[in-house]
Design a protein around this ligand. Sequence first.
Ligand code: NIG
Ligand code: FE
Length: 391
Amino acid sequence: MGSEAIVGIGVLATMDDREGTGAGLMALHRDAAVVVEDGRIAWIGPSSQTPETDTRYDAAGAAMIPGFVDSHTHAVFGGDRAAEFDARMSGAPYSAGGIRSTVAATRAATSDELTARTQHLLDEALRQGTTTVEIKSGYGLDVKTERRLLEVAGRFTDEVTFLGAHVVAPEMTSRRAEYVDLVAGPMLAEAAPLARWIDVFCEDGAFDVEETRRILAAGRDAGLGLRVHANQLTQSGAAGLGVELGAASIDHCTFLSDKDVDALAASDTVATFVPGAEFSTRQPYPRIERLREASVTWAIASDCNPGSSFTTSMPFCIALAVRDMGMTPSEAIRAATLGGAQALRRTDVGRIAVGARADLVLLDAPDPVHLAYRPGVPLVSRVWRDGVVAT
Ligand code: NIG
Ligand code: FE
């Protein structure tokens, strides 16, 4: 593959503060260069000292960040729910029940159709700088379709999550105990070899804390890491449960109590925010002041799904987190890169460091802060994934 030097980077935001660069939350270098070799970052330093390489690309003073790590998506589904969104914008509330209409459309779609649809969404995400993505199942809710969704997801990423416990399957709503048995038993047995993670939507209208505990424990016994859809619509107790069980991440976190924040601060669990969901459901945005005070690690993800957050755009989510959640631009950009990697327990992505994957995003901007300062503007000008120019 050869070596390539990207020179003339005006501001390089590495997020790599392991050695305490003293260069702020984004660990900035100025007038920098990066050398990429065999898909990895081989050298970082002042542009004037760049070593000889096979090829060279001149960034002409633009800013560079690591590729975004979108640690929470539901990117395999059929149909859309534009009419439901439209009704919500006229005052109808969001509820977990809408998930079942996507289940019907997803079951009716072939795996090839689902693959093409997911590819389209991930191409869209890549053009906006996303180079690592997690994908959940959860719109199948029977053994056969959940399996199909996990297989489709696995064509795109290793970060595959089994979400059979999204809601109780439509044909089993009067038999919920039986559905929990199915998810924690035969469905999990089929899913576990195809997934890295298990997730449960713990909420009114989905699964309660005890059901969630049982399903997550079964997933853990099957070798899966844990994630939880927690405290999206209420203070459900899911956040505390996720921390207690050692989940890698609890996601949504729209309604966290002080106790939840303290528990997070004393744990390795990441709090993942999905402000696209607050945008699209007109829920109040969570605020981060208490988490900042308590030094909780947090991430931002898109939650891309047809119901509560139909966006693939991490820059959009960054802008929302800055405007409506109280994050500084540096905090939000770090949360969308390094934070996402931490939520997936990955150290090879989300930062620009020697040995890390060469997933790099060049911005049509002199400073990464423009991602929030210029909302809605397509600022991603070039993306390298595994060291290869991807868009
Ligand atoms: O993360 N909260 C549960 N699941 C999705 C929404 C799913 C849907 O409405 O289709 C979410 O927001
Ligand atoms: Fe979600």
